[in-house]
Write a protein of this length. Structure first.
Length: 288
């Protein structure tokens, strides 16, 4: 089970003007920070599950499905205990399924073809409608970064009983951990677009090797328009940095508050720690 760890070192929670005159954000209380951390981790872990299943199901399809060349598309179906990724033909025959039991953490595949069920048809239709609606509304603001040498991946997730979130994540074929160039479009139950978010202003490819040595921890910064680590940060940290490259931590420096805050995501233990960055530096200096 994941654990939330909040650590604040000598941080006042009173908003004020900095010496330069720029207004800083009010630092939330410990209780509020815990709620924020819990929400970000929940969303990020759910997004990671969908992206993880997209990767492993595609690999499993090529290994175990004799009809893989006939696949024309894929969908995802979710119920109270299971997430299923299914691959279908032009005739809407399901050729392969990859299943994840959310209660037991077990994964398995099935290469037995079957006619698409009504639930699978509904899920396919909803996914297509939501992606089309998101692109119709905000497509001019969503683009694939050519430097990444990859493509934009879309995931459609119910984040609450009344809200669908369509994520657009930058993929890559390079040996980097990709952050940035990530977006989401919110759609309500009536299929009205109610929100758009650009999580980072640019594409941020973090190297996996420095001076010939494999990186164990990553770092990037956020400003006032996006002060917290994001669900997309959580997802790509686990998907690329941990699972693919064996890294352990990812830290986000936020300069939005009255004191610089370092948010440390422990990818092995799934904990999120908030610390005063200046106090953190002092502690590191005394340990050297």
């Amino acid at each position: 089970m994941r654990k939330i760890l909040i650590t604040i070192c000598t941080i006042a929670s009173i908003a004020h003007l900095s010496a330069s005159g720029a207004e800083k954000l009010r630092l939330p209380s410990l209780a509020k920070l815990e709620q924020i951390s819990d929400s970000i981790l929940d969303e990020g872990l759910r997004l990671y599950l969908y992206e993880h299943l997209a990767w492993v199901s595609s690999d499993s399809l090529m290994k175990h499905c004799p009809l893989a060349q006939e696949v024309n598309g894929s969908g995802i179906y979710v119920d109270s205990t299971m997430v299923m990724r299914y691959f279908y033909s032009r005739n809407d025959d399901v050729l392969f399924t990859y299943n994840f039991d959310t209660t037991r953490g077990e994964e398995w595949w099935d290469a037995t073809p079957h006619k698409m069920t009504q639930e699978e048809q509904d899920a396919k239709k909803e996914r297509r409608e939501c992606i089309d609606l998101a692109l119709k509304t905000y497509g001019d603001s969503i683009y694939n970064n050519s430097d990444a040498k990859g493509k934009i991946n879309a995931e459609v997730i119910w984040v609450s009983p009344d809200l669908i979130r369509v994520y657009f994540l930058q993929g890559t074929t390079l040996n980097v951990v990709p952050f940035g160039n990530d977006y989401s479009v919110d759609i309500n139950r009536n299929k009205d677009v109610v929100g758009f978010r650009r999580y980072h202003h640019s594409y941020i490819p973090l190297p996996i090797d420095v001076d010939g040595e494999r990186v164990k921890a990553m770092f990037h910064s956020h400003t006032s328009d996006n002060p917290y680590i994001t669900a997309t940060d959580i997802c790509n940290s686990l998907l690329y940095a941990r699972d693919f490259f064996g890294m352990s931590t990812h830290s986000i420096l936020s300069t939005a508050f009255e004191k610089r805050i370092l948010q440390i995501f422990d990818m092995q233990n799934i904990t999120l720690q908030f610390v005063d960055y200046d106090e953190f530096l002092k502690t590191k200096e005394t340990q050297q």
